[in-house]
Design a protein around this ligand. Structure first.
Ligand SMILES: Cc1cc2nc3c(=O)[nH]c(=O)nc-3n(C[C@H](O)[C@H](O)[C@H](O)COP(=O)(O)OP(=O)(O)OC[C@H]3O[C@@H](n4cnc5c(N)ncnc54)[C@H](O)[C@@H]3O)c2cc1C
Length: 402
């Protein structure tokens, strides 16, 4: 593998850098810096989506024929890296990175024509209805039932931990269509319009005080049969495709390295209690260096996987390794930020969002104000998208052949 970027790739990076400098507004950067959760609030995420859509750079992991810009995996990486360095907000990933590829891979021509443009324009805001009480790691035991009555499915059941369901108007959902079949075979993949009677969303407030996740109750909810994706009973294959995409569609190292740089800036200003700054504290410097080295190693692994994708090879179970290491590093960075801010990092404002005119005044500075909610929120990294234990099992079985 050649680790040097080519002249074209370096020119592309310059183009992205210039675009970000000229078109990423300061209030979106500020919003991203003050967001403690993984997903950006829709007011900043959707605005960034609109800007990228107009530029033609939005669905950068989609093939050009479906509306992507036609970038190579390395160009996608460079784009994400520059976005991380420029404090760009996160995009609404559930539609763009998870559902979009499902629809253009498994959807009918009518589903593609209807849903893909609405994902791109942001007309539809999606959430993911997979997990249920008692069906998280063991997803195949899900019980939400869908029964075909004429030309519609009637859906009954409940979903949990549904990120941004309170903003979403649509949910892609795994349902059980055949309770007699073997667990995985009786599952189907439905697209549900949430703007109807029978759909109830209840908030779950997380440990950091954020409202990001929800319970969703489905009571006699009607879904037109044409909103079944793939075949009835084929939902598990689609779910596996989607989960693999979820783990490989984003690179984690760019944001981690941007946060390491931010911590280094903070450390060069924060007093260390004697006469120097935190950057002079050998224990702190060693911890920061350890995280940086691990993040750089992760970056190389991500680039290696991208090189494989470029050659037409599937990333496969290596994505579990990425997810595991990235989760651990995310939690380490956020824990070190708490150390960096000391007492000032202990504030936990009730108000959300932490940016904009209505935000609470920070006790010390904005970065310190967001440290504790972010630290608490990042506990979730080792749970969502498949817990660390589950990733270790996958690595043990499929990578190490144990
Ligand atoms: C912030 C957040 C956002 C989320 N967003 C969504 C969403 O939008 N849509 C959605 O569908 N889901 C979402 N989830 C749910 C997430 O996918 C599940 O929480 C996750 O799969 C774990 O399932 P569980 O919570 O039922 O825990 P369980 O599966 O009950 O696991 C509990 C513990 O047991 C361990 N464990 C489980 N099985 C094994 C095993 N075989 N061997 C060893 N240890 C094991 C787990 O690692 C974990 O530590 C979200 C979760 C969080 C925290």
């Amino acid at each position: 593998m050649d680790m040097e970027f080519s002249a074209e790739q370096r020119a592309f990076r310059e183009e992205v850098r210039t675009f970000l400098a000229e078109h990423l507004p300061e209030q979106l950067r500020e919003g991203a810096r003050c967001t403690p959760t993984v997903f950006a609030e829709p007011d900043i995420g959707r605005e960034w989506q609109r800007i990228l859509y107009e530029k033609g750079w939005l669905a950068y992991n989609w093939p050009a024929e479906h509306g992507g810009p036609g970038w190579s995996p390395v160009e996608r990486y460079l784009f994400e890296k520059e976005c991380a360095l420029a404090d760009a907000p996160g995009l609404p990933v559930l539609g763009l990175k998870l559902l979009g590829p499902v629809v253009y891979t498994f959807g009918t021509p009518a589903q593609r024509a209807h849903y893909l443009p609405r994902i791109l324009t942001g007309e539809h805001y999606w959430c993911q209805g997979f997990s249920e009480p008692g069906a998280g790691s063991d997803l195949a035991s899900l019980r939400t039932r869908a029964v075909l009555r004429g030309d519609r499915y009637l859906v009954n059941g409940s979903k949990i931990w549904t990120t941004h369901a309170h903003f979403a108007d649509h949910m892609f959902c795994l349902v059980r269509t055949d309770p007699e079949a073997k667990a995985q075979r009786g599952i189907s993949f439905l697209l549900i319009d949430m703007r109807q009677r029978g759909v109830t969303v209840r908030p779950i407030r997380s440990i950091g005080g954020d409202h990001e996740i929800n319970e969703v109750f489905l009571d006699e909810v009607e879904v037109p049969a044409e909103d079944l994706v793939g075949e009835e009973g084929g939902g598990w294959t689609i779910a596996k495709f989607l989960l693999e995409h979820e783990r490989s569609s984003s690179c984690f190292a760019p944001k981690l390295l941007a946060d390491v740089a931010m911590l280094r800036r903070v450390a060069s200003k924060e007093p260390n209690g004697s006469r120097g700054t935190l950057a002079d504290d050998p224990a702190f410097a060693a911890q920061l260096a350890r995280i940086e080295l691990d993040a750089l190693a992760l970056e190389v692994t991500e680039l290696r996987i991208l090189a494989q994708i470029d050659e037409g090879r599937k990333p496969g179970p290596q994505t579990s390794l990425i997810k595991l290491v990235a989760s651990q590093l995310r939690q380490s960075v956020d824990a070190l930020a708490m150390k960096a801010f000391g007492y000032a990092g202990l504030q936990l404002a009730d108000e959300r969002p932490l940016y904009g005119p209505a935000a609470a005044e920070p006790v010390y500075c904005k970065a310190a104000q967001v440290a504790a909610p972010r630290y608490l929120n990042s506990r979730a990294w080792s749970i969502f998208g498949g817990s660390n234990e589950v990733q270790r099992i996958i690595i043990a079985k499929t990578v190490l052949n144990l």
